[in-house]
Design a protein around this ligand. Structure first.
Ligand code: EPZ
Length: 432
């Protein structure tokens, strides 16, 4: 599972690049199943979720090569329509393969992705949408057996919630459906626009991505293309939060400031100085952070739920009381119990968390609850007095490439001990 040992109170100073967006790369890699031929996808981050996605692509019959941050996918030989439970359980967001496999083969068999650490994660909106195209779906033995006897027919779908994954699955199946599909109340996240850019480059006809209404005119087939994934706005905001919490000053290179826009007012209310120059964002922290009156997570372009945990960590050491309301996922406060162990003062009441800032946190032995909660605990360790030991950091490897290396380069004292190292150390110690 691996762990971090963090010596706190070191300022984050300097500059760093930001990895490609995990939540863009995953649906785009799934979409290569639809685009016959060899796709070249640049700026793919090196993450365990990307490995899980490549494993599924290879299982389906694709030939996949990695050259640094470029993933080359030859989908000519796709010959399977099913994803085994083992591969589905490696990454619950594999549900985004549904639209791609159905679009390519007319049938798909996946296991129900099930919930995860942050909530039940239902897929009712995905399934209702697929059925609107004429897909018949049986949900038995926790498996989804999906068949589309005839070619999917374009339709109008109004989403009751702007679900990112459901919007992606609809775009994927609609791209090669017969006729036109309109998505009302579509998700507007930048990753949706990036997926649409990839699909249009493959020959799809998608308009309106990034807005609430997306119109997709089905085309007979898609062909392979080359694409560069956008920078990861959540990872960018995570590093900015690290600087804010350590009285530091960092510059992020090669980001898309507009994508981080919803978080910038929160940093400014906390007293940080944020300067945007082209594709760079510089943040300089105040000597003491101020509280943030209220942060409510919302679908984009609102405040992103994925940065709620790191921002909560920031408010634990801010002067005054901050209020956080998590409206997207029903159990995305698993990092609170660990922050309390570090001396934070947080009261959770349903979807609301009230954070009374303290002068400083103290290091502690912690367990990573989930991907973004884990990143929040690393940031808390960077700011805390003393040493923090954070275990089960495999959760963090899902979304942050070289997290400890990047933080170390900015001045953090952070050491990674992987299980094999740990086992070796124990053997060595017991042998001595
Ligand atoms: C995507 O998840 C992201 N994951 C999440 O990032 C992100 O938090 C989320 O969008 C919101 O922005 C990927 O892109 C791989 P949703 P997704 O469908 O698609 C409910 C991270 O840390 N819902 O927009 O699963 C659902 O329960 C991850 O990188 C239904 O009720 O998000 C939730 O309350 C975590 N029925 C809300 O909508 C459905 O059929 C948001 O879900 C689908 C969703």
């Amino acid at each position: 599972m691996g762990k971090y040992i963090i010596e706190g109170r070191k300022k984050m100073i300097g500059e760093c690049d930001v990895q490609g967006a995990k939540n863009s790369a995953l649906p785009i890699l799934a979409a290569t199943v639809l685009a016959k031929g060899t796709c070249v996808i640049h700026n793919c981050p090196k993450l365990s979720d990307i490995v899980a996605t490549i494993n599924i692509l290879e299982y389906l019959g694709c030939k996949v090569k990695r050259e640094g941050h470029t993933v080359i996918v030859d989908s000519t030989g796709v010959n399977r329509h099913d994803i085994p439970d083992k591969l589905m359980h490696e990454m619950r967001s594999s549900i985004v393969f549904l639209g791609a496999i159905l679009g390519r083969l007319g049938k798909a068999s996946l296991s129900m992705p099930g919930g995860c650490e942050i909530g039940l994660r239902p897929i009712d909106l995905h399934l209702e949408a697929m059925r609107r195209f004429g897909v018949s779906i049986s949900e038995e033995y926790a498996r989804l057996e999906c068949v589309c006897e005839k070619k999917p027919v374009g339709t109008e779908i109004a989403l009751s919630f702007p679900s990112v994954g459901a919007t992606e699955n609809i775009m994927l199946l609609a791209s090669t459906a017969t006729g036109t599909t309109t998505i009302l109340n579509a998700a507007r996240e930048p990753e949706i626009s990036d997926l649409a850019d990839f699909l249009n480059r493959s020959g799809a006809r998608i308009q309106g991505a990034g807005e609430g209404v997306i119109v997709i005119e089905g085309v007979p087939e898609l062909t392979a293309c080359e694409h560069t994934v956008i920078p990861d706005r959540i990872v960018a905001a995570t590093y900015l939060t690290a600087a804010a919490m350590t009285n530091g000053s960092i510059t992020l290179n090669n980001v898309i400031p507009a994508h981080v826009g919803p978080v910038i007012p929160v940093f400014e209310e906390a007293g940080c100085d944020v300067c945007i120059r082209g594709r760079n964002i510089q943040l300089t922290a105040p000597p003491r952070l101020s509280c943030v009156r209220s942060v409510r997570t919302m679908p984009y372009p609102g405040f992103p739920t994925d940065i709620q945990a790191p921002i909560m960590a920031m408010t634990t050491i801010a002067e005054g009381t901050s209020v956080i309301i998590e409206t997207i996922f029903e159990s995305r406060y698993k990092h609170v119990s660990e922050l309390l162990r570090m001396g934070a003062k947080i009261r959770v009441d349903g979807r609301m968390a009230v954070v009374e800032g303290v002068q400083s946190l103290t290091g502690a032995k912690l367990v990573t609850p989930d991907l973004r909660g884990g990143s929040a605990l690393v940031l808390a360790g960077l700011a805390a007095r003393g040493v923090t030991e954070l275990s089960a950091i495999k959760h963090i490897d899902r979304g942050y490439e070289d997290f400890e290396k990047t933080l170390s380069a900015l001045g953090a004292e952070i050491k990674r001990i992987d299980d094999e190292d740990e086992a070796y150390r124990k053997d060595y110690e017991s042998a001595v």
